[in-house]
Each structure stands twice: as structure tokens, then as C-alpha cells.
Design a protein around this ligand. Structure first.
Ligand SMILES: Nc1ncnc2c1ncn2[C@@H]1O[C@H](COP(=O)(O)OP(=O)(O)OP(=O)(O)O)[C@@H](O)[C@H]1O
Ligand SMILES: [Mg+2]
Length: 729
């Protein structure tokens, strides 16, 4: 049996607790918790239910328990261990600044919780410890617990009873057995269907096998027909070969090579005729060119001689021209020199005249008054002076007249020189034009002689060309006659060759056909061989037969499977029955009821000295005599004979409740799977008289062995053997 050992119950910002408050659970001890009304005793014990299931014994949840003053960071926790040595911490947070509203379950001091969230944690607590109802009815005896066993309906009581004995799992086992059984039924059905399907497939396979056998027979018939046809074809082909060979013999078999060579040679010669003509032309032309070149050289020589002769004469005339030009130029320049000296002399006279005239003017313009200063000598003018001046003027005029006369004679000389220059110039020109005339005549003569030489050359060239043309014509004619003969030879040689070539091709074509016919004969022979060797493909037939065998085996296997599964169904039917209410659960209940009744009797004897009798029933008989699965608690006050729970007083009910919770706890310890080290009692003495309080104290004192008892009480503290006392203020 598993054991759960509770170590610590803690809370902070929960109910009235703003500071962390821890309730330890020491073993083998009774802890008494006291304090005034409303100090927080009940809510502290309730923190365990709140931590595990999110609700207190008074059904307070989340926001109800967060400390009103702080308004946040509500945290409660329970530390416990299991019998395998695992340690657990279950934390619940509400309005918590770090964890918000959640629950966490941590194992063996690991950093991360292994269950997080209300649902996850509650499910794990149900598994590890027990569900909430069992918790309320076996661990904590509350002050004002609504859900306590004796107040519950028959059905709810039965539910707790089943949970205590862990009977619900048999329902699940039965359901599993039923599902398995249904599944197996289905398997049988589907296997039978498979057998039917396989039978259908076998029928189909058999008809396919029959078809395949028919195909094998048809294959043999076809092979024989094919062989006949092929032999017939070979016969036909041999007749054809014979006829073709006869035709081949009739066609002459000549050697094409010499004939082809003859044609080739003639063609080559004919092709050369053009080249020969070109060569003749070149030869004749070269002869002509040679002669023309010789004549041209002669002409050039003659022309050179003529040009040299006339060049000599021209040079003579040109030297005469030079001499004449020079002599004339000397004469003309001498005349010009003379003219220049006359001019020079004339200009001297002209200057003197002008100077004299100026002096005359000056003397004439002077106021020649006696006594006034002389403009020339500045002495006072005298009559003599005046006469003297007038004589000077007279002399000057006279002098000027002499100069004038000289000037006239000089002009005459100049004019005569001018006429002489003109005469000499004309004479020079005449001489030069006579010489020029001579030169022109020479030029004309030279040109005439050169022209005559040129004309002669042209005449000779023409004669040479004529001779060359005639020679060329004759030789080409000769060549053409030869070419015509060669052409006629070629035509003949070609026709002989073409005839031979045609025969050759005809023979080739016939030989080709003969090869084809022989290949066909070989092909037919090959086909005969393959046809003879060909065998009917029996793989499909084999495959079909195999498939049929396989299907037959499958049917055998399926039949074996059906009988196997039928045995399984019988086995499952047994388990269905065993797990049903009338099976194992009924057996366990049968075992539990006397245990419970004995336990109840034991506690009630202690508490009431046998006044009250409480028994449990699980199966009741109907009027029809059938049995019904029902749970009931029967109460009897032996003193008043009251057997209805509602008729009992508050104290009586309290006593029966105490006996019941102790009985249920015993039952759980005896038949359940888990046992706890903790037992909590809140105001257990309420409504009890002093003697009953004494009995209860006796029971509590005896219960602390191997356990931790938490007892909240205002009264009779002395009668309890408390090991620890927590005084809340
Ligand atoms: N959310 C809350 N914030 C602060 N205080 C609360 C909160 N909820 C309950 N309380 C207070 O906590 C106390 C809870 O009372 P509890 O039932 O534990 O008292 P008790 O010590 O068992 O008293 P009694 O002897 O009367 O049974 C009450 O005084 C109540 O006013
Ligand atoms: Mg209380």
C-alpha cells in the first residue's frame, strides 16, 4: 500500500494571513491549535484543500481567499512525500505578481514543476493522493462541512464508498473487456467475410485457368499453321531466284575500266584544244610584238636623230637671239643714261631760275625808301643802294633768260634721244621677230619629219598585224579540224561505255535482288527455327495456380483464426462478468461491509457505550425478490428505538459522524490503496456533552500513533494529550 506523508502546510496573503504562516505535521504527535473566534484556525486547515483542489471546505475559491488588505500575491502550499521517497511541493497562486492564477506541482526539488495549471495539478493530486470527496471524508473532519458523509444522499454515499474501495476501476475494466469482446466479434465477422471473398476469388481464378489452357491449345495450332506458311514461302522464293539467275546470265559482263579510260583520255585531249588555241594565239602575238618592238626602237632612234639635228639649229638661233637682245639692251640703256644726264642738267637750271625768281620777288617786295635799313646789308638805304638793287634784279632777269635758253636746247637734246631710243627699240624687235620666225619654221620642219617617221611605223605595224592574223587563222582552222575528229571519236567511245555501264548496273540490280531473295530465304528459315523452338508462356498459368493455392491457404488460415478468436470471445465473456457489479466489486463490497460494520461498532461502543447501532447495507432486495445495487446507512438508537437519522439530536449526529469518519478511514487503510499520515479535526467537540468529549479525547489520544493529528478546539484542551500547541492571536 502506498503511503503519503504530509510535512508542511503553508500560506501567505491568504485569508487573514499577510505574513507567511506554516503548519508543520510532525509524526507521532497531536498538535493543538487554539485562538479566538475568527483568528483563522479553520481557514488555515482549509488551505490544504484549497491548495490541492482550488476550493475550501466552505466552497470558497480564488478571489475569496486572497487577503483583502494586500489584495494580491496569495500563495498556499503543501509539502509531502510518498513511500518511494519522492518529495513533492504543491503550490497554488492567486493574483500573484509572478505566477498570476495557477497551480504547480514540483517533484524532488527540481527547478521546473512537472505539472502546471489547475486542471493538470488537480488530476495529478487525484492520482497521487485522492479525490476531493475522499479527502473531505477521510482526512479532515471539518467544522461546518457540507459534504460530510452522513449528510449526503444514498447515491453520493455510494459514490464515496466506491471511491474509497477504488471500485470504479472495475467499471473501466468491464468496459474494456466489452470493447475487446465487440472488437473480437467484429474480427470474426470480417474474417468470415474475407473467407467468402476468397471463395469468390478462387472461382474467378479457376475460370481464368480454364481460359489460359484454351490459349495453350490455340498456340500449338497457330505454330503449325505458321510453319506451313513459312515453308511455302521458301519454295516460292527459290523459284524466283532461279528465274532471276537466268536473266543475269543473258546480260554481257564487260570490264568497264579500259572503256572508261578511253573516254577519259579523249575528253582530256578535247579539253586541251582550247588551251592549244590559246597557246597558238600567244605564240603568234608574241612574234608580232617582237617585230613591233624592233620597229618602235628604230622609230625612236630616227626620231632622236631628227630631234638632235633640229635642236642644234634651234640653239644657234637662240644664241643669236641672245646676242641681239643684249646689243639692243646696251644701246637702249646708253640712250637712257644720256637722257638722265640731260634731265639732271635741266633740273640744275630750273633750280637756279627758281632761286633767282625768289630773290627777284623778295627784292621787288622790299619798301625801297631812302634812309630805311637795307633788307640785305641792314645799312641805311641810299639812292645808290636802290639803283644797285634794281641793277641786281636786272642782272638776275638777264641771268634767268640765259638759263631758259639752255633749258630749251637741253629739251631738244632729250627729245632727239627719245626718238633715237624708239628707233633702236623697233630695230631690236624686228631682229628678234625674224629670229623667232626662223625658230618656228624649224619646229614645223622637225614635226613634219617626226610625223613621217611615225606614219611609217603605223603602216608597218598594220602590215605585221595582218600577217599575224592570217597565220593565226590558218593554225586555228587546222586545230578545229583535229578537234572535230576527236569529238566524233569521243561520242563513239562514250556510247560504247554507256552501253557497257548500263549492262553493269542491270547486272548489279539483279545481283542485289538475288541477295535480297537469299536473305529472305534465310529469314524464313530463322523464323521456322524460332517458331519450332517457341514455347507457350506458362508463367500466367503458374501464377494463377499459385494464386489459387494461396487463396485456399488463406481460407484455411482464416478458419483457424475464427476458431482462435471464438476462444478469445469466451475468455472475454468471463472477464466481462468478473468485472461487472456482481463480480469482483460485489466480492470486495461483501468483504468491506462486515469490516465497516465491525469498525463502526468498535467506535460507537467507545463513544456511546453501545447505545447507537449503525450498519451499512449495499444490496437491497426488491419486492419482486431481485437484488439492487444500493448503498444505505441504517441507524438505531437502542434507547429510544429511533431509526431515522433526521430524528437524532445534534450531539448524536456528531457522535455518529465521528464514528463514521474513523470507520471510513479504517476502511481505506484496510482495503484502499493509499494511507495518509495526517488527520485533522476542527471543533470536533461541538455539541458534545462532557462524557462524550472524554470518549472522543480518548480516541484522539490513541490515534496519534504513526500519525500527525491537527486538532482545533476552544475547549477541553487539558484532556487532549497535545504534543504541540499553536496559539493564534
Ligand atoms: N479574504 C480575506 N481577507 C482577510 N481576512 C479574511 C479573508 N477571508 C476570511 N478572512 C477572515 O479570516 C478569518 C477566518 O475565520 P476562521 O473561520 O478561520 O476563524 P476561526 O479561527 O476558525 O474561528 P472560529 O473559532 O469562530 O471557528 C475571519 O476573521 C475572516 O474575517
Ligand atoms: Mg473555525
Amino acid at each position: 500500500m502506498r503511503k503519503i506523508i504530509f510535512r508542511e502546510i503553508g500560506m501567505e496573503n491568504y485569508g487573514p494571513y499577510t505574513e507567511p504562516f506554516i503548519l508543520e505535521c510532525p509524526e507521532n504527535s497531536l498538535t493543538l491549535i487554539t485562538g479566538p473566534n475568527g483568528v483563522g484556525k479553520t481557514i488555515a486547515m482549509d488551505s490544504m484543500s484549497f491548495t490541492f483542489y482550488g476550493t475550501t471546505s466552505k466552497n470558497e475559491r480564488g478571489d475569496d481567499v486572497v487577503n483583502n488588505q494586500v489584495g494580491k500575491n496569495c500563495h498556499t502550499w503543501v509539502k509531502f512525500e510518498d513511500s518511494d521517497g519522492n518529495t513533492y511541493v504543491c503550490d497554488r497562486y492567486h493574483k500573484h505578481s509572478k505566477y498570476k492564477n495557477t497551480a504547480r506541482l514540483t517533484r524532488n526539488g527540481e527547478d521546473k514543476p512537472y505539472r502546471v495549471g489547475h486542471r493538470e495539478v488537480s488530476a495529478e493530486i487525484d492520482r497521487l493522493i485522492c479525490d476531493r470527496k475522499t479527502f473531505t471524508n477521510t482526512l479532515m473532519f471539518g467544522q461546518k462541512v457540507k459534504d460530510f458523509f452522513t449528510d449526503l444522499t444514498d447515491t453520493a454515499q455510494k459514490d464515496i464508498f466506491w471511491k474509497l474501495l477504488d471500485l470504479l476501476k472495475y467499471k473501466h475494466y468491464q468496459a474494456t473487456a466489452k470493447t475487446e469482446s465487440d472488437k473480437t466479434e467484429k474480427t470474426i465477422q470480417s474474417t468470415l467475410n474475407e473467407i467468402e471473398v476468397a471463395k469468390g476469388i478462387i472461382e474467378n481464378l479457376e475460370s481464368q485457368i480454364e481460359e489460359e489452357n484454351k490459349r495453350a491449345d490455340a498456340f500449338e495450332i497457330d505454330r503449325k499453321r505458321m510453319l506451313d506458311t513459312l515453308n511455302e514461302s521458301i519454295g516460292d522464293m527459290k523459284t524466283l531466284i532461279k528465274t532471276t539467275e537466268e536473266a543475269l546470265e543473258k546480260i554481257p559482263d564487260e570490264d568497264l575500266k579500259p572503256l572508261q579510260e578511253a573516254v577519259f583520255i579523249l575528253k582530256g585531249k578535247l579539253e586541251n584544244v582550247g588551251q592549244d588555241a590559246a597557246n597558238i594565239k600567244k605564240e603568234v602575238e608574241a612574234e608580232g610584238y617582237k617585230k613591233v618592238n624592233e620597229l618602235t626602237d628604230t622609230r625612236n632612234q630616227k626620231q632622236k636623230e631628227v630631234s638632235a639635228k633640229y635642236q642644234k639649229q634651234r640653239e644657234d638661233i637662240e644664241s643669236q637671239e641672245e646676242e641681239t637682245r643684249n646689243a639692243n639692251a646696251t644701246i637702249l640703256s646708253e640712250i637712257k643714261e644720256k637722257q638722265k644726264s640731260v634731265e639732271l642738267e635741266s633740273s640744275g637750271h630750273t633750280a637756279t631760275i627758281s632761286g633767282n625768281n625768289n630773290q627777284i620777288e623778295k627784292l621787288k617786295s622790299t619798301d625801297l625808301e631812302i634812309g630805311s635799313p637795307c633788307p640785305t646789308c641792314l645799312e641805311a638805304i641810299t639812292k645808290k643802294s636802290i639803283e644797285n638793287i634794281e641793277s641786281i634784279i636786272g642782272k638776275l632777269i638777264q641771268e634767268n633768260q640765259g638759263h631758259m635758253q639752255t633749258l630749251e636746247s637741253l629739251q631738244k637734246q632729250y627729245d632727239e634721244l627719245e626718238s633715237e631710243w624708239a628707233r633702236e627699240h623697233l630695230d631690236g624687235n624686228d631682229k628678234m621677230s625674224t629670229l623667232a620666225q626662223k625658230k618656228m619654221e624649224l619646229k614645223a620642219k622637225e614635226e613634219a619629219e617626226l610625223k613621217a617617221i611615225e606614219n611609217r611605223l603605223s603602216e608597218l605595224k598594220q602590215q605585221i598585224a595582218d600577217v599575224a592574223n592570217n597565220t593565226l587563222k590558218e593554225r586555228i582552222q587546222e586545230l578545229e579540224v583535229n578537234a572535230q575528229k576527236m569529238q566524233s571519236d569521243l561520242t563513239k567511245a562514250e556510247s560504247v561505255y554507256f552501253e557497257a555501264e548500263k549492262n553493269f548496273k542491270d547486272r548489279q540490280a539483279i545481283q542485289q535482288k538475288l541477295t535480297e531473295y537469299n536473305t529472305k530465304v534465310d529469314g524464313f528459315k530463322d523464323q521456322i527455327k524460332t517458331t519450332e523452338e517457341k514455347e507457350f508462356d506458362e508463367s500466367q498459368l503458374k501464377h494463377l495456380k499459385n494464386s489459387k493455392q494461396q487463396k485456399l491457404k488463406e481460407i484455411e488460415d482464416s478458419k483457424a483464426k475464427v476458431s482462435e478468436v471464438e476462444a478469445e470471445i469466451k475468455r472475454l465473456a468471463f472477464w466481462k462478468e468478473a468485472f461487472s457489479k456482481s463480480g469482483i466489486p460485489s466480492m470486495l463490497i461483501d468483504q468491506a461491509v462486515p469490516l465497516m460494520n465491525a469498525s463502526m461498532r468498535k467506535y460507537l461502543d467507545l463513544l456511546s457505550n453501545g447505545r447507537y447501532i449503525v450498519t451499512f447495507d449495499t444490496i437491497s432486495q426488491t419486492k419482486g425478490g431481485e437484488y439492487r445495487d444500493k448503498f444505505s446507512v441504517n441507524v438505531l438508537d437502542t434507547k429510544t428505538q429511533v431509526n431515522n437519522r433526521k430524528q437524532l439530536s445534534g450531539g448524536q449526529t456528531r457522535l455518529i459522524d465521528i464514528a463514521t469518519i474513523l470507520t471510513l478511514r479504517d476502511l481505506k487503510a484496510e482495503l484502499g490503496e493509499v494511507e495518509f499520515n495526517l488527520f485533522g479535526f476542527d471543533e470536533i467537540f461541538d455539541a458534545l456533552d462532557d462524557s462524550n468529549i472524554g470518549y472522543v479525547c480518548g480516541i484522539l489520544n490513541s490515534l496519534k500513533e504513526n500519525r500527525s493529528l491537527l486538532v482545533i478546539s476552544h475547549r477541553h484542551q487539558d484532556e487532549l494529550e497535545a504534543d504541540n500547541h499553536i496559539q493564534l492571536t
